[in-house]
Design a protein around this ligand. Structure first.
Ligand code: ZN
Length: 384
């Protein structure tokens, strides 16, 4: 379908053409409905500052394109005709979202625009690290979800580990053996549905921004099979000079001590913190000190402390108040989080950073999937 999104980088010297103004206004209406919920045309006109005539004309266009629906009438509060409410077609429009960053599996979901999961599929990877076959697995998973949609599929949104270019190429994802894989194009060619591919941590940050309680300035650390991160400044993702902003997994914490990392260095944050590494170190501690909690706790405290050492300069430089750790709550929510917060406070100038909030959302499992939804909404409707 024709994209409604306004170009993000329209040069300032460009003249605003009437059709640009119309696209802009359509986006404005969709955005207002997305955040405000069902409302009458008169409400919409008031909220957006557009005239009633323009609003009615644009709503008619959106109705025709089946992006909005009429939702019945509001009980009249005075004399006159009761107002017909319009809203985004939150249940009829659906999105397929994929999370490729799990430790051993790809997860896919068919979602409606409220973020509700209508169908969920989990596929254990058969072909980790074997390039093309891994792409085929992703395409098959997405296709199985497009096929069960009972509404119209607006797009496919994919959160993938690795460095992703703006046009949806996975420039590098060592765990999949991917190098310059045009994942977006492969999915679009196979499914005929508009597709957006983004880094998994970036997707999670967008989800926390749209559906969660993120502050406009936020750092998100995503921990799964690897460790990634994403930075929001004033509600916008910071992409970085080589699309790798927030990638803190292979920052060495300390002077080369610590566990060996898959990248060949020693003591990278990922070697302290990734779910497989942490699980293995906890198992070793439990095996060498059966029945004793102290060794177990010490592993969690050490990992939390190392995380804080990486976070401290980021929090300090940007004066952040909100750091989200998107990770399994049972591993990260207790001792590890406490130790990280304690060390973060002691390593930053306390007067300006006492209010920093470090949190592990309870429901972080679906953050990347929700991020896939947000990326499609943004690309196709200009809504975020
Ligand atoms: Zn490393």
């Amino acid at each position: 379908m024709e994209s409604l999104a306004t170009p993000r980088r329209a040069g300032s010297s460009q003249r605003v053409l009437p059709r640009h103004a119309r696209a802009h206004n359509l986006t404005l209406l969709l955005r207002t409905l997305f955040h405000g919920g069902a409302m009458s045309r008169a409400d919409l006109a008031r909220e957006t500052g557009l005239t009633r005539v323009t609003t009615s004309d644009l709503v008619a266009h959106l109705l025709e394109r089946e992006l909005v629906v009429e939702k019945g009438v509001r009980a009249p509060s005075g004399p006159g005709k009761p107002a017909v409410l319009v809203d985004l077609d939150r249940h009829g429009i659906q999105v397929v979202a994929l999370d490729l960053a799990g430790a051993e599996e790809n997860v896919g979901a068919l979602m409606d625009l409220t973020g509700a999961v209508l169908d969920r599929r989990i596929r254990t990877r058969a072909t980790v690290g074997s390039g093309d076959d891994a792409v085929d697995e992703v395409v098959d998973l997405a296709r199985s979800l497009v096929d069960v949609a009972d509404g119209r599929v607006l797009g496919v949104g994919v959160g993938s580990p690795g460095i992703i270019s703006e046009d949806g190429q996975v420039l590098e994802a060592p765990n999949f053996g991917w190098e310059a894989v045009p994942l977006r194009d492969r999915l679009e060619d196979a499914l005929g549905v508009p597709t957006v591919v983004g880094n998994d941590a970036n997707a999670a940050a967008l989800a926390e921004h749209t559906f969660g309680q993120a502050e406009p300035d936020m750092f998100l650390v995503r921990v799964g099979r690897g460790v990634g991160g994403a930075l929001l400044v004033r509600g916008e993702l910071v992409v970085g000079s080589a699309q790798a902003a927030g990638e803190i997994g292979h920052v060495q914490v300390g002077e080369g001590d610590g566990p060996e990392c898959a990248c060949g260095k020693t003591g990278c944050l990922e070697a302290w913190l990734s779910v497989p590494q942490l699980t293995r170190m906890l198992e070793e501690a439990d095996a060498s000190h059966p029945g004793g909690d102290r060794a177990h706790e010490q592993v969690l405290r050490e990992a939390g402390g190392r995380l804080a050492l990486v976070l401290a300069p980021i929090v300090g430089a940007l004066n952040l108040s909100d750091v989200v750790i998107a990770a399994p709550h049972e591993l990260f929510g207790g001792t590890l989080l406490d130790a990280a917060l304690e060390k973060l406070r002691s390593h930053t100038l306390s007067r300006f950073h006492t209010h920093v909030r470090l949190r592990v959302p309870l429901q972080s499992d679906d953050l990347v999937l929700q991020g896939g939804l947000v990326m499609v909404l943004s690309a196709e409707l200009g809504v975020s």
